[in-house]
Design a protein around this ligand. Structure first.
Ligand SMILES: [Fe+2]
Length: 196
């Protein structure tokens, strides 16, 4: 097991709602080679906000067809996922076909197929900790869309003690986000990951 990467506020700034925000110096730490079994990575997020926006991952798409499985080990998190929007064969990067916020319970698995861009948000009072099985690594292009558009389609913020979604103005024609449990998401996504 080793510390694979550390995402500082300075690295994360480009995808934050408020580019001048202050908050936790380190947003999250990723450890890799964590087990000899299913899980490959363990990620730990700081609690807190960047000027009201909850601590989150940078967000990315995958450049390969592998499936990724996540499981929350501790804490309270939301997984934001957004489906790639196509016009014919062309991927339109500043539009998304669907946005879903998944709030899994501890121990529940979420399996993501490659059409879903994704980012985790720590909405809890303490660290959020997840396992995942991603072994395919990352290419800089996995993150490029997030950098160009200043993040995912929605920002998750704390407003008067409530968790709110704020649209990212760099995206066009945004669909209303849907809130799903892990089971609800599994039911709608089943066809894809079982048949592919
Ligand atoms: Fe991923």
């Amino acid at each position: 097991m080793k510390l694979a990467s550390t995402r500082s506020l300075e690295n994360l700034r480009v995808v934050l709602k408020d580019k001048n925000a202050t908050g936790p110096e380190v947003a999250y730490w990723v450890f890799s080679d964590i087990s000899l079994e299913e899980w490959e990575n363990l990620t730990v997020w700081s609690p807190g906000t960047y000027n009201g926006e909850f601590v989150k991952t940078y967000g990315h798409y995958h450049g390969t067809d592998d499936l990724e499985t996540y499981r929350i080990i501790s804490g309270e998190g939301i997984l934001i996922i957004q489906k790639k929007f196509f016009e014919g064969n062309e991927w339109i990067k500043n539009k998304v076909a669907e946005v879903i916020f998944i709030k899994p319970k501890i121990g529940e698995d979420i399996i993501l197929s490659p059409e879903w861009g994704h980012a985790w948000v720590n909405i809890g009072m303490g660290p959020l900790i997840t396992y995942d099985n991603w072994r395919a690594g990352h290419d800089p292009s996995d993150y490029a869309v997030m950098e160009e558009l200043s993040g995912m389609a929605y920002y998750i913020v704390s407003e008067n003690g409530e968790v709110k979604a704020v649209p990212n103005p760099n995206y066009q024609d945004l669909p209303e986000p849907k809130w799903f449990t892990a089971t609800e998401f599994k039911n709608i996504n089943n066809n894809y990951y079982i048949t592919n």
